[in-house]
Each structure stands twice: as structure tokens, then as C-alpha cells.
Design a protein around this ligand. Sequence first.
Ligand code: SF4
Ligand code: FES
Length: 235
Amino acid sequence: MEITVKIFRYNPEKDQRGNYVTYKLEADPNDRVLDVLEYIKGKTDGALSFRRSCAHGVCGSDAMRINGRNRLACKVLVRDVGADITIEPLLGMKVVKDLIVDMEPFFDNYKKMKPYLINDSPLPENGRERLQSPEQRARFDEATKCILCAACTTSCPSFWASDQYFGPAAFVAAHRFVFDSRDEGASQRLMVLAETDGTVRCHTAYNCTEACPREIQITKAIGELKMAMMTGKID
Ligand code: SF4
Ligand code: FES
């Protein structure tokens, strides 16, 4: 099928502002949007810049707006988006070049959640591991699926209003450890979440949940964090 692909282009060394360049090409309906970008870069326009790594929905590096929705380019087929495709960088982040955005502020917010196990207690008697039941493990399982693609945070109206907002991806990282029975850092994380740029800015728009390529129930996770902050109970 013939497709028309309109891509946002911006080179800070040459351009005052971004513009759109349109390409017409033949594609198989089963091609992924990432294949289309690779084809354009390889055959037509070597300067086109975008991130990608695994090409299988695992690394999270190729999140971008495809026909107005945040998606992973490697997980979207041409037949799913049609013959007219518009590709733009994620909203609310500084564009470095074309479809590449500056992810540093995103990862700074992620780090604020202390995304690692905090437990200074002596190891249990077996001396090797802190045991956990399957139910305790299941409590935070969903949050472990996050690939830090930023599709959620950059689809959130609160983030568009202020890029200081920690954002849903950071909250998912907090949820991963707050509800881990082996972790002892919940109170530290809940204090961070209570800051002005924390969960109070979440207005339950559900955009994050709809955007997540891993189908993580982000809004529910944020609700559980809010409840833990209000009641002081982690269960
Ligand atoms: Fe991406 Fe989902 Fe993780 Fe947000 S929660 S960063 S959308 S994988
Ligand atoms: Fe890794 Fe798409 S390239 S998730």
C-alpha cells in the first residue's frame, strides 16, 4: 500500500522552529511504524533522528506521538494506523532533534522515588534472602513491567501544565517499592509524593493508563499511593 508519512523535523543548529516533512512510500500493512522510520532514514533522509534499540517493545526508547497518541513505534503496525501517518516527538519535553526529546528531567523525577530496595535490617536467619510469599510478590508485580518509556507522563495534562510535576511514571516506580513487603523505605517515598509536585497534582485524567504500552493500571496505582498517604497503611 502507498502511505503518506508526515514527520516533525527540528534541528536546533539550523532551525528557528520545527516543521513537518512529508514522505510518500510503499509499505506492507504488517510493517511496524519503526520499520517505516528505518526505511525513510536508510533510503531517503539519513538525517532523520529518532531513538530505538530493542525493536520489540522492551527498552522503551521509541515512544513518540503517532497520529496524536503516545505509542512505541516498534509496537504499532501500519495497518493499525492507516495510510496517513503523522509522527511527532513526545509532548512537554524539550526536543533535542526531530523525534528525540531530552529525557533527563524525566529520569531525575524517577530517581526522586528512590527506585531501589531500602532495607537496613539484618538478614534473616538463613542469611541469604528476605523471603516473600507469592501474594506479597503479586502485590507490586504490575509496576515491575514499566519500561520507562515516558508515554504516560507526557500524555498527562498536569505534566503539560508543569514539567516540574513528578508524573505517573515516577509514581509507578514509587508503587513498585512502597508495596514490596521486603522494603522499609515507604515512609521516605510517601513524603516525597506529598510534595507540591507529587500526587496532589494528579486529577485522575486516565490519559496515563490509556497511553501505557505495558497496560499498567497506572491510575489505580496512583490511587493506592494516595490512600497509603492518607491512612498511613501499606497493604
Ligand atoms: Fe511507559 Fe507504562 Fe512505564 Fe509509563 S508506566 S513509563 S507508559 S511503561
Ligand atoms: Fe525498544 Fe521500541 S525499540 S521498545
